[in-house]
Design a protein around this ligand. Structure first.
Ligand code: ZN
Length: 297
């Protein structure tokens, strides 16, 4: 990695832009999101919406405000996705999202730590400003205005499904959400929820949200240690379980995107997908984990 080439914020936008990105209502929403700090300093980021083959031409006024689906993939290195050039891993759903939308090629995480990075994602400021500077011992203060609060104020129904206990509501990210399911949400506390569960709950949530503007935030924790990809992804990448986890989370995202299609929501939903930070994978003397310098992208 050429660390000298690192930059903060968005540097480059992939020249291929999907038709939907030229539609006025979505452009406006993207601007609102950017104003709220959503497009800030992230390891991998792509966004777009899809026009179904059965789409009916209606005006943006008739359609109403676009829905927003924000997906965070924990511990996901951009260079370990097909759409960012990895030669081996199969990530067809993420690749399609990148091809049909806008793919950001140079993004930097504000912190290679889950809570601080997500707090910046939602609050739009650096950790030293919002105060949630590490997992477990800090929380995002109520004084911070979050994207969820802004969306709720704009009339959106706001729902979150998060998969790691470091994002449990006690750490402040639930502010602004009408519903926030964390690792205690299933009745018993767990360290992490599987992507399969998050995707299934997201699909169920979408059925209840399809008639109103919504902001749905999904967090997938699967690529984080320990690497234990499910089949068939474990067998597809023998000896490379991190790749198996990446392939698995791609499949989970695919289920959510399929649900958008099946419910007729795809063409009026802005999908924004990012990672909270990358993964060390042995660089900079880090055998694993995302705790230091090499993992910010
Ligand atoms: Zn993380």
């Amino acid at each position: 990695m050429n660390r000298g080439a690192q930059h903060h914020g968005i540097l480059h936008v992939h020249p291929a832009r999907a038709r939907c990105n030229r539609r006025p209502s979505l452009v406006v929403n993207a601007r609102r999101l950017r104003a709220a700090g959503l497009f800030l300093m992230l390891p991998a980021l792509m966004c777009g919406c899809r026009r179904s083959s059965e789409s009916v031409e209606t005006s943006d006024a008739e359609r109403g405000p676009a829905n927003v689906l924000l997906i965070s993939l924990d511990t996901t290195r951009a260079d370990h996705l097909g759409c960012y050039g990895h030669p081996k891993v199969k990530t067809p759903n993420l690749d399609r999202l990148a091809a049909e939308g806008v793919r950001f090629v140079e993004c930097v995480s504000p912190a290679p730590i889950t809570l601080p990075s997500h707090a910046s994602l939602l609050a739009g400021v650096y950790p030293f400003v919002h105060g949630a500077r590490d997992n477990s011992v800090f929380r995002l203060p109520e004084a911070q205005e979050t994207l969820a609060e802004a969306m709720k104020q704009a009339g959106y129904t706001t729902v979150a499904e998060v998969a790691a206990e470091v994002l449990d509501r006690q750490f402040g990210l639930a502010q602004g959400f009408d519903a926030y399911t964390d690792t205690r949400g299933g009745g018993s506390r767990v360290h992490e929820r599987s992507g399969a569960e998050v995707a299934a709950r997201a699909a169920a949530r979408l059925k209840g949200l399809k008639d109103r503007p919504f902001f749905l935030f999904l967090h997938f924790y699967d690529p984080h240690l320990p690497y234990k990809p499910p089949e068939p992804h474990a067998s597809a990448y023998p000896g490379e379980p991190y790749l198996g986890e990446i392939a698995a989370v791609d499949a989970y995202v695919g289920r959510v995107l399929d649900a958008l299609d099946e419910l007729g929501l795809a063409e009026r939903t802005l999908v924004v997908l990012t990672a909270d930070h990358g993964e060390g994978l042995g660089q900079h003397d880090e055998p694993s984990g995302a705790g230091a310098g090499s993992a910010e992208r």
